[in-house]
Design a protein around this ligand. Structure first.
Ligand code: GCV
Length: 675
């Protein structure tokens, strides 16, 4: 019997090694034939060793030499790759640059790029390119849809999962060089010595891949953990507590990156509990980290239930503090003023802090975009923000350039995104969600890359180089973000999700005594006149937080871009839009078009069966079915509900609702999160 089990295991082993479960991500390099070109390097380090190993195993071309060259320090952790007679030279001033260069070459090989006469020079646009994990210490993941956390805290530091190194390698392959291991809703426990030993074990694995570890900290840690009477940032005992905690961390992890802090936000403690400001809080931590070159990423995601428009609050809170922060503090700002909605205008805080470095926070995990059930390629969303012109320093003041130091030299520049990674075999839940991790890394390295180029690379590396596959799949990915906006929240609608979760629609939701700013009606403002949030000068005046001419453009219903019209205006149902249709008609057409697009994706995918392995084909196909059903759910829920205000028929040319409004109102998904 034992023998039989053993035999079955041996037989199944090769199958499982090559099972197409998506675990290899975009790193599907073929194994190189023996006896081919050499990989030479005079220098050695654990990082260079990995670069050599990757090339030795996977590079199929000519000899490669890896050279460290201090003169290239102007490229930071970037690199040069040049053809030189019968070899290729990768040079960089840092060994991580050589590793990134090695992955660049392998990417060229895997995407069938031209490899003759290579002459490449790459400098990353941001110094810190970092993932934020919202992973809790009990291994649940806030807004995570790919299983439990990959950090097995209970087994660390003694047992080290092979996934840790795979994770670091995957990040290195796209230039990500930092990771915040734990949720911004942080528990003080992460700073106990027990946990710090676990963090050290992870950082030792990540280090050779150039991946630095950072932690989210709870502002009350001195009180909760240190048993001090308070956590007041101006209390000398509190300052000392943080200093000695930071010292303890650096003794264990000499290259520790720093802290990420969510303070006085959604019930978390912060300096305001003691009548102090965000600057007081951030500076106190920054002073403790400064001797070790650590940084503080202080989040601007703050809002309170008040009469003030939620969209205005971060700006109001932080602009008066501009100039008061230490130089190792960066203000971390979500891309939009509300919260990672399918579409938001950019946060008006970008560019408004003139003396304080700012960094963008994106969300890769699809909290508001169908979790890991919906296929949504996020590079276009990321690019939309990065390419937005704030006009803060005149025309051309894009968020990308403000944050990368081009317009305002910053000591350190950074960009981050909330990870979508979990224990699932394919890491991200949906095979196509891997593209969003990939896209964030590539854009953090170079925000000038186009969404199309990134999709092209990812498809070729992950699935197939065959153009018959690449072209339609790329088209599907590139349109998918607009599609989800259409079937969920077109024309600037936002936050009309169900109360208990952020998955399905619940525009009618009204929970007695709940915070108004967690209620859909707060955002859509549907009534017999029309739909949308009036943020003009005569409304909440959020438009005035934008620099000219945007304040005027957004504030005027005639000039406001229609994809934001219901964000900034309360628009009458019969108001004519640019295409001559009324608001109501266009709303209907948009929802319908979203549904039809998902149906198209199903057809596109089904036609691709011959190009994809069975497992991934089947898994994507199943999720597209869910997405198609959900799109109809969204369309019916929103149109039937808004129809109770517009009192107009759904245009006869579009698909009829498949549900009754009353039935939709009964749907209650069992999900654990608040709001
Ligand atoms: C980590 C939203 C999410 C919360 C999240 C918060 C934040 O409110 O729903 O889950 O908490 O943003 O970014 O801090």
């Amino acid at each position: 019997m034992k023998y039989l089990i053993y035999l079955t295991f041996i037989i199944l082993l090769p199958l499982s090694l090559f099972a197409e479960d998506g675990s290899r991500l975009w790193l599907r390099f073929p194994v190189r034939e023996q006896g081919k070109a050499k990989i030479i390097s005079k220098h050695s380090s654990p990082t260079i060793q990995i670069a050599r190993q990757e090339l030795t195993s996977h590079w199929r071309g000519t000899t490669i030499e890896l050279q460290l060259n201090k003169k290239l320090n102007y490229l930071k952790d970037g690199y040069q790759i040049k053809s030189d007679k019968d070899k290729i030279i990768i040079s960089a001033s840092q060994d991580t640059g050589l590793l990134y260069g090695a992955y660049h070459l392998l990417r060229l090989q895997e995407t069938a790029a031209n490899l003759s006469n290579i002459n490449i020079e790459e400098k990353p646009r941001y110094d810190i390119r970092i993932l934020n994990h919202w992973d809790n210490l009990d291994r649940t993941v806030e807004r995570g849809y790919a299983g439990y956390s990959i950090w097995k805290w209970d087994e660390l530091p003694n047992t080290l999962s092979p996934r840790y190194a795979e994770y670091a390698r995957s990040n290195a392959s796209i230039g990500i060089n930092g990771t915040v291991l734990n949720n911004v809703n942080a528990t003080p426990d992460i700073l106990t010595n027990d946990y710090l030993l676990k963090v050290k074990a992870l950082s030792d694995i990540f280090r050779p891949y150039g991946l630095k570890v950072y932690l989210s900290v709870n502002f009350s840690s001195p009180k909760e953990l240190g048993k001090l009477s308070d956590s007041d940032p101006l209390n000398p005992a509190v300052k000392d507590w943080w200093k000695s905690k930071v010292k303890e961390i650096y003794n264990l992890i000499p290259d520790f990156g720093g802290f990420l802090v969510k303070a006085n936000s959604e019930g978390l403690p912060g300096p305001q509990d003691y009548g102090r400001t965000h600057a007081d809080g951030a500076n106190m931590l920054a002073d403790a980290l400064k001797p070790y070159n650590g940084i503080v990423m202080w989040r601007a995601f703050v809002y309170n239930p008040s009469n003030e428009d939620r969209a205005k609050q971060a700006y109001q809170e932080f602009v008066p503090l501009d100039g008061q922060f230490r130089d190792n503090v960066i203000i971390q700002i979500k891309n939009g003023p509300i919260d990672f909605q399918p579409r938001e205008p950019f946060s008006p805080l970008f560019g408004a802090l003139r003396k304080t470095p700012e960094m963008v926070e994106f969300q890769i995990t699809q909290e508001y975009l169908g979790f890991s059930n919906h296929l949504v390629y996020l590079a276009p969303l990321f690019k939309e923000t990065l390419d937005s012109d704030t006009y803060s320093d005149g025309e051309g003041s894009t968020i990308a350039k403000l944050a990368d130091g081009t317009l305002r030299p910053n000591k350190t520049t950074a960009i981050c995104a909330v990870a979508n990674i979990g224990e699932d075999a394919n890491w991200c839940g949906h095979h196509f969600a891997q593209a969003n991790w990939y896209a964030f890394g590539r854009l953090a390295w170079d925000h000038q890359l186009s969404s199309e180029q990134i999709a092209d690379e990812w498809i070729k590396m992950t699935f197939s180089k065959d153009e018959e596959f690449v072209t339609p799949i790329k088209q599907m990915m590139l349109t998918s973000r607009e599609t989800v906006v259409d079937y969920m929240m077109p024309l600037g609608l936002h936050h009309i999700f169900a109360f208990g979760h952020h998955y399905g629609p619940e525009p009618w939701c009204d929970v007695p005594d709940a915070r108004p700013d967690w209620m859909p009606w707060y955002y859509h403002k549907a009534d017999s006149v029309g739909l949308g949030f009036d943020r003009t000068k005569t409304g909440s005046d959020a438009v005035s937080q934008y620099f000219a001419p945007l304040n005027e453009i957004y504030g005027n219903i005639e000039t406001c871009p229609e994809n934001f019209i219901l964000w900034f205006h309360h628009v009458p149902w019969n108001s004519r839009m640019k295409n001559g249709n009324t608001l109501w008609e266009n709303l209907c057409y948009k929802y319908d078009s979203g549904v039809q697009q998902v149906r198209e994706y199903q057809k596109i995918w089904d036609r691709m069966e011959a190009y994809v392995d069975n497992q991934r084909f089947g898994e994507v196909q199943s999720r597209l079915k869910i997405q198609a059903r959900d799109a109809v759910w969204w369309k019916d829920a929103c149109l039937l509900y808004f129809q109770t205000f517009s009192k107009q028929p759904i245009p006869y040319s579009i698909e009829r609702p498949a549900h009754e409004l009353e039935d939709l109102k009964k749907i209650k998904l069992d999900m654990k999160h608040h709001n």
